[in-house]
Ligand binder design. Sequence first.
Ligand code: GLN
Length: 488
Amino acid sequence: MHTLTVAQLMQGLRDKQFSSTEVTQCLLQRIGELDAQYNSFITVDADRALAQARAADQRLEQGQTTPLTGIPVAHKDIFCTEGVRTSCGSRMLDNFAPPYDATVIKQFHDAGAVVLGKTNMDEFAMGSSNESSFYGAVRNPWDTGRVPGGSSGGSAAAVAACLAPAATGTDTGGSIRQPAALCGITGLKPTYGRVSRLGMIAFASSLDQGGPMARSAEDCALLLNAMAGHDPLDSTSAEAPVPNYTEHLGDSLEGLRVGLPREYFSEGLDAATGECIQTALKELEARGATLVDVSLPHTQLTVPTYYIIAPAEASTNLSRFDGVRYGHRCDDPKDLHDLYTRTREEGFGDEVKRRILVGTYALSAGYYDAYYKKAQQVRRLIKQDFTQCFDEVDILAGPTTPGPAFGLGEKSDDPVSMYLEDIYTLAVNLAGLPAMSVPAGFVGGLPVGLQLIGRHFDESRLLNVAHQYQQHTDWHLQRPDSAAGGSN
Ligand code: GLN
């Protein structure tokens, strides 16, 4: 039961092969048995999950089903859940139980899904390895000595280890796609504005976007159907109509033009990873696609540009954590200044402090023009690169990451080498585009991800290409040995 996809679970529930309570119980049991080795969950409220599952079973019994009725979904601990701790991976919010649900959580609730638990993540979603969490690092189910990627590493590990059929993540600079790639699952970062950010704790507001992480493109489509749509309470949420994302999964790839950005296949890309990507591209060609050489000339500037803009936005977003209204508060403050400084000193970890320092510096008088304004100008050029490519091709394809999962601790003392891990993912967020990572092979027993990038609001096309690819490959069906034990 634990290896079934969302689509298979939906079918099984409708056919009464099993109940939502049975599925939820099985997964809760697996989490209890296996998660000590992955650390993928921060909070699991079994009673609440089972109560939701029982309610779903009643609705199934009465035939009042909505698409995801009874499907257990794990949520990144960045989405506010009413009455349930929402920590964002930080000591600052360790004691925070929000008074409301994020729109995404509401949408899953309205679609009938069960909240399985809240997943571990890099502190405030800052990181590419899930080592910056206050709750400890998450371990990659394919090799527990390696990182699962970040910042949605808990969600990726939980799905890979068959502790959850699907999960939510957020992607500010790659945090859905990169962990999806390193854990061998499928992840979709939607167009900026496609999914509501209300109640999704803000990291960098002009880049953050929530999306689905699952075992297949079809499952991502089913989840996106629930998540996408205009939210009047989020002024950056788009009013564009929401298509049915499963409708075009079966379309042929005949005539599809796939652009291969030259800069994504140059030095810096691990050779064996590059070979997996080439093999995947041949598969797309065999399905009727044409491969076209294209260029994204400002690729080298994406890391410095992102690492000015994201910290700048983070430094202002995180100024709200001051010990006054909610979250951590230091003991016995002497005065207001002491309250602020000690609360923030104690509540934030090193990476978050580093970002606040960089961001505050980049925004300060005298440096604003040289850094922040310049970064915004380069951001425009990066966006234009994509616009030009999309005149010629329908989608872009390349690697999600420069190589497979690295060892725990390997890059944690070298922030710049950690930031370089994001070289192929950051530009997508700077341009607001949708993109996916799809399992595309293994290097030394570790998964590799194929990245697909689409035009604004063209998620349907990405899902179609990924689904067709998955109809002819079985990389997404492979399971790590470590997940073989446990209840099923
Ligand atoms: N790795 C990037 C960072 O550390 C992206 C994180 C994200 O997408 N949330 O900022």
